[in-house]
Design a protein around this ligand. Sequence first.
Ligand SMILES: C[S@@+](CC[C@H](N)C(=O)[O-])C[C@H]1O[C@@H](n2cnc3c(N)ncnc32)[C@H](O)[C@@H]1O
Length: 407
Amino acid sequence: MVMVNGPRKTTRPATSRSAPQRAKPKRTTPQHKSPQNRAGKTNQILRGDCVEALRSLPGQSIDLIFADPPYNLQLENDLLRPNNNSRVDGVDDEWDKFSSFEEYDRFTRAWLAECRRVLKPDGAIWVIGSYHNVFRLGTALQDLGYWMLNDVIWRKTNPMPNFRGRRFTNAHETLIWASRDQKSRYTFNYEAMKAFNDDLQMRSDWLIPICSGGERLKNDQGSKAHPTQKPEGLLHRIILATTKPGDVVLDPFFGTGTTGAVAKRLGRKWIGIERDEGYADIAQARIDGVKKLPASAVQTMPSKRAAPKVPFGTIVELGMLQPGAKLYDPRARLSAEVRADGTLAHKGAQGSIHRLGAQVQGKTACNGWTFWHYKDGKKLQPIDTLRIEAREQLGLVPPAPTLIAAE
Ligand SMILES: C[S@@+](CC[C@H](N)C(=O)[O-])C[C@H]1O[C@@H](n2cnc3c(N)ncnc32)[C@H](O)[C@@H]1O
């Protein structure tokens, strides 16, 4: 269990004798002490209100934002467990209280607008919420010009039960992933996510436990240091999937600094904003204790789309296929002849590997690299394997590592 010097307890009106007192935030940055302009500086916590702090950052300087804003739970009374009347340790903190939906929406639009300003043109944002607030967040995102990419369901393996038995167990939270603009060339490490998921395309429903055990930060009294600390597993997947090493990740509702801790470990730069000094102290101590992984350990699967372009003519030029050689469709039902100019010919038709591939199938488009095959002994191999070799021969990529058999 990680123990930190958490916020001091404050007494709250007792609603039940057995009700545990939750640690309360220590102190909040006074309104007049606005965050200093630390333009361009990363790996630090800006203490203060997020809208003000965001205004102090330069425009177009952030690659990715992860935001876990107040839920606006609108809790009126303490929630008690029916069996022993003990108080459920939910979210009833001041930072989660808004006088009306209008006030919540005004706040939401203010911070989301600032987030969009600080994002690079190809930047993106993740916003997490529950049924209480996620629909309002989604509307605001679209109204402000963000472009929706996915909503992801974080399904909790160990959710809190519905104690009153009046509704379904609330077992998930929703994450919205949106790019700054419709035209943004946002980062998505597709191949890495597929490899992560045992070579199956990663889906939009993620099964991840809530933060508990040794990962859950505790205060001196042994209670949760923060009511809504997110699991590192969730941030690990988000940061791995949608950033590159060295990118700047910003979290405007930093809490215990989960985003900063994972970003640092994965070799990304980070900026956190937190209004509550107690939480900011906890986050700083936590991140100070995190070790950055070696650069090689955070290299992700290279994206096929990002791989350097090699035209088919180069394969012929390099002598990997001779003019006159035969290529086949995946079932070897038809063949085409390789010509010296890097085109293919079949029954009087001639064209690029893509155009002829489409033509022989009666289709409008075809990826010739995966459609056409050459004979390697008795086996058929896609010509894409030759392209991979060609990239290495031309020094466009480092050579693939050789597997050394154990003795
Ligand atoms: C839902 S919690 C985030 C928890 C965090 N993701 C973690 O893993 O610990 C929201 C946090 O935002 C902070 N907060 C709320 N309103 C804020 C504001 N206007 N400016 C800065 N921080 C704020 C709260 O103090 C709280 O710590």
